[in-house]
Design a protein around this ligand. Structure first.
Ligand code: PLP
Length: 398
């Protein structure tokens, strides 16, 4: 008997997210063995609390601003003074010349990506992503009847390969999603890489007679270690839209707050900005959360404290390398991307024997690796290392 839900949603109900599945498995194991004996590296949920400044800012907003402002509707693009403050902060950091007219408040990076994809895509348009990538991209692109095309991974550096991009672009390519610092590899795309990708896109755009956009998905921008620089892409490629969020930088993933940067220099800027404002409305977001817009504008100078993540990164990376594992150089975000000695799904399954939960690379369109999210407590890292060592021995890594 036919069911009453749409075919697209039916397909999604049949294929749950592997990350979420692992997270649920973690909850099941925690009930059996106790939470402290389960080493759950499945979800990118920051374990460090939001900085004290966020709480002060929220209290300050509630105490000092009129309630209509704190809880009210505003223009779909967001509060003008919030957008202006963000533009000025970006200009100070990156030497750009943005104004509030370039900033559109969004419901996290996921909301921002959906808004810009709805703005740009016609049915059948293609969007490219470099493997491995955050698998929700496919769902977001299909929301607007676009097609996500995968550019194969470039091993072992995991810097996107311009030649592979060139081979993947077709007349239907509308946009390329770039995520750096990267989930799941932790790799930061270098300026040379971005310039080379930009050169390919310029060439292809003029060959096909229409612009190809870079959508720079940057929720991990602030998480860069050892002084690594995350290039600011609007300065390197003209038709770039940046999707930012405070989910990771201020540990606010549930608050759903971020923004799009839509530079005045992009093709059809006015139309794109107006359409993105309307997309925010018609997708049912209407606007980004008002209280959070008021709060984050008070936190723009807040430095993200990356010391805890950095110490986890070093402990985990050193421990795993000593046990015989190979991993991509983790320069940013809070993920370690580890080569598996067998099928990645089998490895993730075997790891459960030691109460260790990791996500198979297959879930990021790149088999042969697993992702270990180290946004966890130091206890989790320390407790898991003996299990990882036994796993390595089981597979003869050392
Ligand atoms: N993009 C990437 C690469 C992510 O890893 C995530 C969340 O984990 C998102 C987007 C969604 O971020 P947000 O919570 O800001 O919507």
């Amino acid at each position: 008997m036919p069911n009453c839900i749409s075919d697209k949603m039916f397909a999604l109900t049949q294929k749950n997210s592997a990350v979420r599945e692992m997270f649920e498995e973690g909850n099941r194991l925690a009930k059996l063995y106790g939470r402290e004996n389960v080493y759950d590296f499945s979800l990118g949920n920051p374990n460090f609390p939001a900085p004290a400044r966020v709480k002060e800012a929220v209290i300050d907003v509630l105490n000092t601003e009129p309630t209509t402002m704190v809880h009210g509707y505003m223009s779909n693009a967001g509060y003008p003074d919030t957008r202006k403050a963000i533009a000025e902060s970006l200009n100070k950091r990156f030497g750009t010349a943005f104004s509030e007219a370039n900033i559109l408040m969004s419901v996290g990076a996921a909301g921002g990506l959906n808004v810009i994809l709805k703005t740009l895509l016609n049915p059948g348009d293609e969007v490219l992503a470099f493997a491995p990538f955050f698998l929700e991209y496919g769902n977001y692109v299909r929301n607007y009847d676009g097609e996500l095309k995968i550019v194969p991974p470039n091993l072992p550096s995991f810097q996107p390969d311009p030649a592979a991009l060139e081979a993947a672009v077709t007349a239907k390519t509308k946009a390329v999603i770039i995520n750096s610092p990267n989930n799941p590899t932790g790799v930061i795309y270098s300026e040379a890489t971005i310039r080379a990708l930009g050169a390919v896109l310029e060439k292809k755009a003029s060959e096909y007679g229409h612009p190809i956009f870079i959508l720079a998905d940057e929720p991990y921008r602030e998480l860069a270690y050892d002084g690594a620089v995350v290039p600011w892409i609007t300065k390197l490629y003209r038709n770039t839209v940046v999707c930012y969020s405070w989910s990771k930088s201020l540990s606010l993933p549930g608050e759903r707050i971020g923004y799009l940067v839509i530079p005045s220099e992009i093709d059809d800027y006015t139309l794109v900005f107006d359409a993105a404002s309307i997309a925010t409305r018609v997708l049912g977001f209407v606007n980004a959360p008002s209280l959070m817009q008021r709060a984050v504008m008070r936190c723009l100078d807040e430095e993200t404290d990356i010391n805890g993540y950095d110490s986890n990164r070093k402990k985990l990376c050193d421990g795993l390398r000593a046990a015989g594992y190979e991993c991509a150089e983790p320069q940013g975000a809070f993920y370690l991307w580890v080569k598996t000695p067998c099928d990645d799904r089998e490895f993730a399954q075997t790891a459960k024997k030691y109460n260790i939960l990791v996500v198979p690379g297959t879930s990021f369109a790149c088999p042969g690796y697993v992702r270990i999210a180290y946004c966890v407590s130091a206890h989790t890292i320390e407790g898991a290392l003996p299990g990882f060592k036994k796993l390595a021995e089981e597979y003869g890594l050392k």
